[in-house]
Design a protein around this ligand. Structure first.
Ligand SMILES: Nc1ncnc2c1ncn2[C@@H]1O[C@H](COP(=O)(O)OP(=O)(O)OP(=O)(O)O)[C@@H](O)[C@H]1O
Ligand SMILES: N[C@@H](CCO)C(=O)O
Length: 306
């Protein structure tokens, strides 16, 4: 039996639209083994909505990835569980894509590098931020086109992440439909400079400046604001309670706050009391990215669902 473990991700960090991502410590897990036919067994509630045969998205991605290398995938029985809420801006679709790529890599013995996994994930998802973070872990910066994908990753320490997860879904497709087709030259330059500053501040370990620059997005948040009215309120409460900065997580509706360790509890408490219907929690940064392992007999004995 094998285990595939893929972290969640937050995209953009404000101005890094479709380019910056960060892996977070919520996980999609697949416990699987070879079988006579495809079978997908959901272990968590949200996974139960998806097909239980080979039409399952994860299996489809795995088959397409194997086919790209001229291989056919042997059928498997997969137990799927996920802590990543669907359509909330925490990269659930990218985690499913990366799980499918890892499944193909393991079962068809493709020996893929992270760069190859990141390339496939970006082609399936259309942008490199979520999938890249799920593959590499840590902070990723990517540039993806149909022709080529480049992703650089580095580990992140020294900052706490608090997320405010609303109790409603917002599909990326819907959240992208409100974006403009073109952007004025001056706006684009400012947006691009803000993204560069976010990165420069991160590599200088200047989290206060990171937070300030996160607020200077020109690419998506101004257009998405009507879809996420809680964003402005969370920005204000987080700032009043010592957070470095706040941004929409991916396409939303989750909001992400970067906070100093000493302020994490206070920010979490204030947001919880103001938004009792939201899940407010601290998430760890995942600096490892997706992992696969072969389980021993002793490991298997600890699995209650077998
Ligand atoms: N494990 C899965 N199996 C099949 N489909 C999935 C799975 N996980 C996510 N999806 C699909 O992806 C959709 C959510 O993707 P979407 O891109 O809208 O949001 P997200 O990935 O959660 O957030 P974001 O991209 O903003 O970080 C779900 O509604 C579902 O259709
Ligand atoms: N960069 C993407 C992430 C969500 O998939 C967006 O903001 O639309």
């Amino acid at each position: 039996m094998f285990l595939i473990r893929v972290p969640a991700s937050t995209a953009n960090l404000g101005p890094g639209f479709d380019s910056i991502g960060l892996a977070l410590g919520l996980y999609l897990e697949i416990h699987g083994s070879l079988s006579d036919s495809w079978e997908v067994v959901p272990l968590t509630e949200e996974m139960a909505a998806f097909p239980k045969d080979e039409s399952n998205y994860i299996v489809q991605i795995a088959k397409k990835t194997a086919a790209f290398y001229g291989k056919e995938l042997a059928p498997c029985r997969l137990f799927v569980s996920s802590e990543i809420p669907l359509a909330r801006g925490l990269g659930s679709s990218a985690s499913a894509i990366v799980a499918g790529i890892e499944l193909a890599n393991l079962v068809a013995e493709l020996n893929l590098t992270n760069d190859q996994k990141g390339r496939h994930a970006s082609l399936f998802e259309g942008h490199p931020d979520n999938g890249g973070a799920s593959v590499y872990g840590g902070l990723v910066v990517g540039l993806h086109t149909e022709e080529q994908t480049d992703i650089v990753s580095f580990p992140i320490k020294g900052v706490k992440v608090i997320v405010a997860i609303p109790n409603f879904e917002l599909l990326t497709e819907d959240s992208r439909s409100v974006l403009p087709k073109t952007l004025a030259y001056k706006e684009a330059i400012e947006g691009s400079a803000a993204a560069n500053m976010v990165l420069a501040a991160i590599v200088s370990d200047n989290w206060k400046l990171v937070g300030q620059m996160m607020q200077r997005d020109r690419f998506h948040q101004p257009y998405r604001a009507p879809l996420v009215p809680h964003l402005a309120q969370i920005e204000e409460i987080a700032a009043q309670n010592g957070a470095y900065g706040t941004a929409l997580s991916g396409a939303g509706p989750t909001v992400l706050c970067l906070v100093p360790e000493a302020q994490a509890e206070q920010v979490q408490e204030k947001l919880s009391s103001k938004f009792p219907d939201f899940v407010i929690k601290e998430l760890l940064i995942d600096n490892k990215g997706s992992q696969t392992m072969i389980l021993s007999e002793a490991d298997k004995e600890e699995l209650s669902f077998l």
